[in-house]
Write a protein that binds this ligand. Sequence first.
Ligand code: UFG
Length: 334
Amino acid sequence: MKLLVVGGAGYIGSHTARQLRRAGHEAVVFDNLSSGHAQAVPDGVTLVRGDLLNPADIRAALDAHQPDAVIHFAALIEVGESMRAPGRYYRNNVTGSLNLLQAIVDTRKIPLVFSSTAAVYGTTDAVPIPEDAAMQPESVYGETKLMTERMIHAFHVAHGLPYTILRYFNVCGAAPEGDIGEAHPNKTHLIELACLTALGQREKMMVFGTDYPTPDGSCIRDYVHVQDLADAHVLAVEALHAAHARGEAGQATYNVGLGHGFSVLEVLDAVDRVTGTPLHREVAPRRAGDPPRLVADATRIVRDLGFTPQFTDLDEIVRTAWNWHRTHPDGFRR
Ligand code: UFG
């Protein structure tokens, strides 16, 4: 299969492009490099520099490369920033996705796999969270992902667009080879920050709240390894493409997580063990918008796609992140 990977120079997109190649597929990355890195694009994968906000760019890429399916990662992803700059988020994430959808149905009507997020659920009492839980995003970021999910469904109903939506929980870790990993311009993710603190780039780790109704008082999250998540995309696009070839409508939504969680304090303990340096920790007030417990009900993706995560041990997950940060303390910058 030939895949167009939109946003494929980013953290999750680059790991997915690599796993697609390993599964024997051809990949072309389309990315505006606003937060992605050309160095993250695997060998043997063409990088097309283009912007979804310019419809001619994506139409030209579809025409030139004639892919069999599209995987769409391109988005701004920071919850806090989305509250301060909603216009940027709606324009980039919603209008950008709309341009992609329109280009797909106008030109090739090929299947689409879309990167969504557990942030579409917001705070919910249903934990582990099933895919049919109520969706009440608490941030503009989550809202833009939910709006895009709804646009995709409308294009499916009106134009027969086959789709699979993957809602990620807390993506973390790095390729075990240590050559690609997380390198966001603004760092907010727990494991990345803890590794950079262990490298001495920051003075201490703030623990945002130890008064939550959880066993140790800190928030619980479902940490899914980026390479397992990349493999989930390979399974999803293969299944969707096969269903499309059989003439089936193709429409599915899956949570992607391990189905169990770790607390902030458990994660920091793991980082201490892996790095061998106990981090200086400081308890800080709760961070706005953090639900106490976000854990996926992942039974649907296991049942339908045979998703089998390889990275289930917290220390092993952290070790891959540490290996990347230790050898690339400035990310992709020299
Ligand atoms: N945390 C700290 N200190 C820090 C950073 C984070 O205590 O310095 C805590 C947070 O308060 C939270 C947990 O660590 O309880 C995880 O925080 P992250 O920022 O790593 O991740 P989030 O859970 O906020 O969000 C991530 C993605 C979202 C996605 C969500 C789904 O960034 O896009 O997971 O579970 F929606």
